[in-house]
Design a protein around this ligand. Structure first.
Ligand code: BV8
Ligand code: ZN
Length: 247
């Protein structure tokens, strides 16, 4: 994988960067992606699990699936790709990290300004009164836990298909994409909207769009540069270039 002269010189002077991450950035931590050959969706269809009707039809199945994923997330650690983005936030004046991931690994790695478009699996809430509950109170239960205040069903605080994104979060992400000089889209198949529209928002205002992925995606033909490789190997190389000029 070669980094172009254009990107090298941009990295040496860039003042504002917006980053969009997807499940691929957590793959090297051991968290399965959704759509890869061994992805989470290969066995179970998203419509069967990641939507409210599925939850109301079979709360135990959906709750069990999120417990399984919470357990994986609890046992893994951030990888060099997450830490490279922590370093990037320290080095670049205006930096916004937008993630589709719900695995909390960016915060655990030390990233500060993270916009979680699809929520966070470490949080749960009551579908009737909206009361948030700490995971420690609920994840040990096999069946779906009930709210201590109103006995309503407890659900994971993630955005399911057909649900609105959290108030203001997508707007802030759009704002960052509209202002940045450099937009990095990392480890996402770019098929889920409105998140997948952010690279185009950045491109439309003249930002340089760089895709980091192990394979081409639906938006590869629209980006300025694709760096084919693992995020955990590519991102540290970008940081090295950036640090050389910002000692
Ligand atoms: C909504 C739940 C308003 C949490 C998820 C146009 C506009 C608006 C909406 C739509 C639209 N068109 C269609 C829709 C509806 C829908 C949608 O986009 N459907 C798609 C499938 C067509 N969108 C919605 O419903 C959204 N809501 O828009 O609200 C509204 C409301 C009603 C009606 C209309 C509009 C809600 C979307 C959120 C859905 N929730 N998950 C959870 O359980 O996790 S989506 C799910 O996919 C995950 O959250 C994930 O974040 C997301 C995207 O997947 P990726 O992160 O990209 O992961 P994937 O496995 O696909 O790809 C991994 C990539 O990494 C691959 O490319 C692979 O090559 C690469 N990779 C692997 N290893 C590495 C690597 N790269 C680098 N290094 C490696 N080592
Ligand atoms: Zn309640």
């Amino acid at each position: 994988m070669t980094i172009s002269i254009k990107l090298r010189s941009l990295l040496q002077r860039v003042k504002s960067i917006c980053v969009l991450t997807g499940a691929g950035i957590s793959a090297e931590s051991g968290v399965a992606t959704f759509r890869g050959v061994d992805g989470l969706w290969s066995k179970l269809k998203p419509e069967e699990l990641a939507n409210f009707d599925a939850f109301m039809r079979n709360p135990e199945l959906v709750w069990e699936w999120y417990n399984y994923r919470r357990q994986i997330v609890h046992d893994v650690k951030p990888n060099p790709a997450h830490y490279a983005l922590v370093r990037l936030e320290e080095l670049v004046k205006e930096f916004t990290l937008v993630t589709q991931n719900v695995d909390n690994l960016h915060f655990r790695a030390g990233s500060k300004k993270v916009l979680e478009l699809h929520g966070n699996i470490e949080r749960s809430y009551c579908i009737d009164c909206g009361k948030f509950v700490e995971n420690v109170e609920v994840t040990t239960e096999k069946k779906v836990p009930r709210c201590s205040s109103c006995n309503g069903l407890i659900r994971p605080d993630v955005v399911w298909f057909g649900e609105m994104l959290p108030e203001g979060v997508f707007e802030a992400a759009t704002e960052a994409a509209s202002q940045c000089e450099l937009f990095l889209t990392i480890g996402t198949s770019a098929v889920v909207y409105p998140a997948a529209g952010l690279p185009m928002t950045a491109r439309n205002q003249g930002a340089y769009i760089v895709e980091v992925n192990t394979e081409p995606t639906e938006i590869s033909h629209t980006v300025n540069e694709t760096l084919l490789g693992k995020a955990g190997e590519v991102l540290p190389q970008l940081i090295t270039i950036l640090e050389e000029t910002r000692k």
